[in-house]
Design a protein around this ligand. Structure first.
Ligand code: SF4
Length: 459
């Protein structure tokens, strides 16, 4: 078994038995579940809205090359510079080069999963640049030396008492501070960092092709400060974030807010279409947009997996997933966790090293059911499994076991001949891999044919 897979299994085994972890997660997910229906009320037909969003993303992704070039042409006209990065290293090198040119010692950063994907903070630290997370959840995680736990709510696994204790240990505050007081402490620390920072980095929730702009949604105003206060603004975004038109935001903004946090619309919704212009008083002198591929074109090339590029990172599939709720976000050891992470990570990285994630699913379909843009997540997980087997990424024992299973299932007479104890012995002893993390299989005393005959006669 690959190291990543065995790590995943040992971490999940520990986490699944951690009742305190489960209590905190259930508490936070229950709060999310109670507000999402309120957000949905703003749509006259929520299913139609999701369908429409899926169609818009289909349109954008099917024409990705043209849409991105359109975006580049439009935003360049207003002085922004677009950098195309094939992989994480190219993106990091570009950021490093800009930071060097700007003599950057301190950088403020708003929440961005793409920067987690390329391990930007570690890279900056190694290069002597202080990178400060300014989203409250991300700031908490950075103080604790942990990566984000969830793509929307990075500190979801922490209670308010955990955060008070952390602030006491790291910042020397009173351990009994309330959430409001803790927020004020973070605000005071971070406000100073905005003033010091030479560079601000944000992600983009959407890249808008027809006007050449990026759209950022948030609840704290920190992304707005990160892109407006420092003299240089760098946007790091995956190429799949493209939407064709500004008018599409009328659908995507409320949809993302509802499925992300149950809000009708997030508190701050910002569109940035370039650096400060001649007649403007606020904004950075320079703006760079790094368009990151890093494996996304592998997904684009795969007709079946392509729809995973429609994802708007609302996090709803994580909150709905029974596996995620039990094993938690950190167990995945990837930037993107939960069902969507299990679908895309094997393509963004190596399928051989990350295929185990596609098996960490009950295939209940709840992720597909809740997805804001109706991605067939559970089918894509199955597709990943097919791909892994087709590529020969399965053990000899597993292949033999399934061959035997198939032979048995194709011969009804064999199944009828063997009694339940023989079947139990064969399945529970020969298919050991199957049994390892599941209960023993107990076949009924009567064969299917016998049971049918007794119920319906010879029909
Ligand atoms: S796959 Fe769907 S539900 Fe999951 S994060 Fe993406 S848009 Fe949201």
């Amino acid at each position: 078994m690959k190291e990543n897979a065995s790590d995943f299994i040992s971490k999940s085994t520990i986490k699944a038995a951690d009742k305190e972890h489960r209590r905190k997660i259930n508490y936070n997910i229950n709060k999310y579940n109670s507000v999402v229906p309120q957000g949905k009320q703003q749509f006259s037909d929520i299913n139609l809205a999701r369908e429409k969003a899926k169609n818009l993303k289909w349109k954008a992704i099917e024409n990705l090359d043209k849409q991105l070039e359109k975006f580049e042409a439009n935003i360049t006209k207003r002085g922004a510079k677009v950098i195309w990065a094939e992989d994480a290293q190219q993106a990091l090198d570009a950021i490093h080069k800009i930071c060097k040119e700007k003599n950057c010692k301190t950088l403020v950063k708003s929440k961005s999963m793409v920067t987690e994907e390329i391990h930007l903070n570690d890279f900056l630290k190694k290069n002597g640049i202080e990178s400060v997370e300014t989203d409250l959840g991300e700031y908490i995680q950075q103080l604790d030396g942990e990566p984000p736990y969830h793509i929307v709510t990075p500190a979801m696994h922490k209670s308010k008492e955990d955060v008070a204790k952390l602030f006491f240990e790291k910042l020397g505050t009173d351990p009994k501070l309330t959430p409001e007081q803790l927020t004020l402490v973070a605000r005071k620390v971070l406000r100073e960092k905005y003033v010091q920072a030479e560079v601000g980095i944000t992600g983009a929730n959407f890249i808008i092709a027809d006007i050449g702009a990026i759209a950022v949604t948030e609840n704290e105003g920190n992304a707005r400060l990160s892109c407006a206060w420092p003299k240089t603004h760098i946007v790091v975004t995956g190429i799949e974030k493209i939407i064709p038109s500004l008018t599409d935001l009328a659908l995507f903004w409320p949809l993302l807010a509802t499925y992300g946090t149950g809000q009708k619309v997030t508190v701050y919704s910002t569109i940035v279409s370039g650096p400060r212009q001649e007649n403007e008083t606020d904004g950075p002198d320079d703006m760079y947009v790094i368009l990151l591929d890093n494996g996304r074109t592998n997904i684009l090339a795969d007709e079946k997996q392509r729809e995973s590029l429609y994802c708007i990172r609302c996090g709803a599939c994580l909150n709905a997933c029974p596996v995620y709720k039990n094993i938690g976000g950190h167990t995945y050891a990837t930037a993107y966790s939960g069902p969507i992470g299990s679908v895309i990570t094997p393509h963004l990285k190596q399928i051989d090293d990350w295929k185990h994630l596609s098996y960490a699913s009950s295939l209940c379909g709840n992720c597909t059911e809740v997805c804001a843009v109706k991605i067939n997540l559970h089918e894509l997980l199955l597709e990943n499994r097919h791909k892994a087997v087709d590529k020969g990424n399965s053990s000899f024992a597993e292949r033999m076991a399934w061959k035997m299973w198939k032979q048995g299932m194709l011969r009804r007479k064999w199944m009828n001949m063997a009694g339940s104890s023989t079947k139990n012995w064969i399945v529970n002893n020969l298919l050991k891999g199957w049994k390892e993390h599941r209960g023993e299989i107990d076949f009924p005393k009567k064969s299917f044919n016998q049971a049918w005959k007794e119920k319906y006669g010879n029909r």
